[in-house]
Design a protein around this ligand. Sequence first.
Ligand code: DX5
Ligand code: ZN
Length: 225
Amino acid sequence: MAERRVLISPSILAADFTRLGDEIRTIEAAGADMIHIDVMDGHFVPNLTMGPFVVEAVRRCTGLPIDAHLMITDPAEHAAAFIDAGADFIVFHSEACKDPSAVIKLIRSRGAKPGLAVNPPNPAEKIEPFLDEIDLALVMTVNPGFAGQSFIADVMPKLATLARWKRERGLGFFIEVDGGIGPSQAPLVVTNGGEILVAASAIFGAPDAGAALVALREAGESALA
Ligand code: DX5
Ligand code: ZN
């Protein structure tokens, strides 16, 4: 058996919010590794979703690491509120700020783990200068804004480039991949270096979210065998 394990970070964007606590308990029992919370501000992306208030509620019902994905125009202004609410990873977009290093330092100084995301049209070079400063690189396989979009396979060479840089340079950041991922896409993502798979629809859109999570991990790990 391969040593490497595929980590799963279910995105609550497709959860049933009338029973969010139950949804989180279900995926935690099924072996979720993290909880992905998609924060959208109506500016950086057209959609509006969740703020620190929801992070704080999720924090109260799980001990799993919370992975806050900030799709907002001013991550420096709001990062602290998400950390105070209990987020462990604060992932922001390289496209959203002029000085990612300053935001990375701010996040770390408040005791959280910084991550940088890159959108499908942008190259890996966009986040390359910061790879030794971050704990997580998030490769988007959809244009951010909504759950349920189609996976963009053209992003795979960029993912492979990041994985190669990580290996060659002995860096420690996690490689997370987000958007349109289900059991059909997971082997390709893992083959190209994805370590943490984010999924909203493939998990919470399934009749049995726990079974869907297990199936997603198995599909990803089939590429390691
Ligand atoms: C997209 C979000 C994703 C989204 C994934 O803007 O960043 O995390 O929730 O949803 P699915 O898995 O349905 O593509
Ligand atoms: Zn996300």
